[in-house]
Design a protein around this ligand. Sequence first.
Ligand code: SF4
Length: 361
Amino acid sequence: MAKLVQFNAQARERLNAANTASLHDFRLPREQMATASEIGGCERRVVEDLKNPPVHDDRQRMVFERGHIYELMVDQYLQAMGFKRVTPEEFATAPGPCYVGGRNNQLTIEHPELPIGAHADFVIKHKNGALFVIECKTTDGIPSDPYGSWVEQLHTVMGLLQIHNPDVEIRGSVLARDLNKGHEHEFDGYAFNQGVFDYLVQKGIHLSLAKQGKVDPIPNPGPLCGFCNHREGCPGHAGAVKIPANILDIAEQVDRLNSSKKEIEKELDTLKGQLLEFTGTRYRGEEDGICLTATTVPDSETDYVDPEKLKADFPEAFAACATKKKRAGYTKVEVKPIKLKAAKAPKAAKKTAETAEVVAA
Ligand code: SF4
């Protein structure tokens, strides 16, 4: 490994350890606390991660870095738009417009009686004192609807803030960014909701008990199952299980695009055939920014050696020529509509129908 690359990898390891340690600032140990991001995620995964902390390699650390990079950007955007950055200690009394959040400046909020807490990505205070929570997410491809885990995390943060600011209006958004494609989308319109928060508090209490081994953790299959180290033996994936709603939505989109792809390919073949009738085997024309060419590769013959025959009849020659080639493994994902077989009408019933027709005629 080049020296600078190794240097950066070591730096990432140190920064990652420091960032993780900075999140352990609740009044109770993390082994008892249910945090907003955990409540929104899979309980079983949280508990298994606690028992066997995952060892992240440098590639994974670079993926985590994307989230930090986005937070740095949002931090700068808020300042550029005139919001004053204040520390978590200053936030309660600072006049708006101001905000707290960003790297090493997140507001830690705890439930006064229960083992539930959160680190808010950003909390903005407007001039009239109203609060606005922003949860930042980086993704490969922005989903059409926000993941349930994102929304639950946002609601938990808003609920905890409301406890400490009972007379203040609290709203929030999930801000998602696809850093590779340069797309950004705001899932907006969320406000504190007592009913939703009560449900999330119950989830938090159960998670805290599960972390302490007092109840069994509940699996919650979702989009992050593919990155989970505890998938093997997970009851959430035993046999043909129900597909979570947000994953089903993606699968349906793939199925729809697959069908249109087949239709488009069929139409392309027809149109290309019509062009070929005009161009013949050789053509080049240009008009209106379109270049139309037809080229032909004539029939030819190549030598082909049957490897099986060579191996059987001339094993020494095969051994001298053969080299082991590495084939990269891959995972295939397929979406296929389930064809429902049309139920056959019972014979007796069919006869009755035929008889009825004769009678009617
Ligand atoms: S595989 Fe999915 S459901 Fe099972 S523990 Fe991991 S995240 Fe949870």
